[in-house]
Ligand binder design. Structure first.
Ligand SMILES: NC(=O)c1ccc[n+]([C@@H]2O[C@H](COP(=O)([O-])OP(=O)(O)OC[C@H]3O[C@@H](n4cnc5c(N)ncnc54)[C@H](OP(=O)(O)O)[C@@H]3O)[C@@H](O)[C@H]2O)c1
Length: 331
């Protein structure tokens, strides 16, 4: 995906992200170490001649926040956000990107697993914090990250239902232990995979079009919807996957293959802004963007939840930016 998106310049041109007039694609790979810097030499973990696996995530390795979470320290993907990817003879890597090649993996496998598994590790264990005995629904379960999510969740004692687009893939994932399958090309789901319409008059009809999918999911999962959802296929699948959530269910997403305009229908229930900030692990000093004025009193100015969000974020020591819809709200 990174290569295709970088080459086509869709949805954004990678050349706008850096100031070079070339872009070499390739996010991660297998490499032979040709040269090392002085500090790397002193440390001794990596030496010239080593056959290594390269992870494509780069960051500001001297940042104080790097130990907390490397993704918060100017994180970027080499070969996509940065211009110097792995499809060249010599590439410069930061030493934390360099890992011992797993002995039992082929060169191809050793050069391609890290970003997939890193993404899935983060989705399942850092974000969802999956627990055995629960249920998970994952898009694109027969390939790439979806397949890794299926395997990892199964290995950790979850019951997994995967979405795929044909019967061969359905059989394949059943063979890997999927409890249920949703074939998104099933004729009964025709016209179901769309964004939620903007017009509220059409919301009930849109929800109704998902009933067959939900019924099929429930039939394969003891009558219940999903405790966890992993979504990555973008705007056409996200709203239905969100609809798949059981009460108190949690969804995580990365990627947006079919487009970035994410819509979803709310579910019953309410959480305070403070609970949501805690769920998002907000820490003092971190930045929060609050949209104020989403739901106001008749005066069009007072947004009670917006005010509570600002107050909670302030109490938690966040740096706050508020986006308002009108100047009166700003005042
Ligand atoms: N690979 C990584 O490490 C990584 C890391 C971060 C983000 N991402 C992003 O995550 C997304 C998936 O990456 P991947 O490597 O897993 O790709 P992949 O191996 O190509 O798998 C994606 C699968 O999604 C399904 N799909 C495609 N269009 C769909 C749609 N409209 N509705 C529902 N399902 C659809 C397809 O399966 P079926 O046809 O069987 O349904 C396809 O095989 C991409 O946007 C990618 O940029 C990937």
């Amino acid at each position: 995906f990174n290569d295709i998106w970088a080459i086509t310049g869709i949805p954004v041109s990678t050349l706008d992200d850096h100031d070079q007039d070339y872009h070499i694609t390739g996010s991660g790979g297998i490499a032979l170490v040709a040269s090392v810097g002085g500090e790397v030499k002193k440390q001794g973990r990596v030496k010239v001649g080593d056959l290594v696996t390269i992870y494509s995530g780069q960051n500001d390795i001297l940042s104080p926040t790097v130990g907390l979470d490397p993704m918060f320290a100017d994180f970027s993907i080499q070969g996509y956000q940065g211009p110097d990817g792995s499809h060249q003879q010599f590439m410069v890597a930061q030493v934390p990107q360099v890992h011992v090649k797993p002995q039992d993996a082929s060169l191809e496998a050793a050069g391609s697993y890290v970003l997939n598994l890193g993404t899935i590790y983060r989705a399942l264990f850092t974000t969802l914090r999956i627990e055995p005995g629960k249920t998970l629904f994952v898009e694109g379960a027969a390939t790439g990250t979806g397949l890794e999510a299926l395997k990892s969740a199964r290995n950790n004692g979850l019951q997994v239902t995967g979405m795929v687009s044909n019967n061969d893939r359905a059989e394949y994932i059943r063979g890997l232990g999927a409890t249920g399958v949703i074939n998104r090309k099933d004729s009964r789901y025709a016209n179901a995979f769309t964004k939620v319409p903007a017009d509220p008059q059409q919301w009930a009809e849109w929800e109704g079009k998902g009933e067959a999918i939900l019924a099929d999911y429930r039939a394969q999962n003891n009558g219940k919807l999903a405790d966890y959802v992993v979504s990555h296929a973008g705007e056409l699948s996200f709203p239905r996957s969100f609809q798949m959530l059981e009460e108190n269910g949690v969804l995580t997403f990365y990627g947006a293959s079919s487009g970035y305009h994410f819509t979803f229908m709310g579910k019953k229930g309410m959480r305070s802004p403070q609970e949501m900030f805690e769920k998002g692990s907000l820490r003092a000093g971190e930045a929060v963007l609050i949209y104020y004025g989403v739901d106001t009193l008749e005066d069009g100015i007072v947004d009670a939840v917006g005010l509570e969000a600002i107050e909670s974020a302030r109490e938690m020591g966040a740096r706050i930016v508020v986006a308002t819809y009108t100047d009166a709200q700003k005042e």
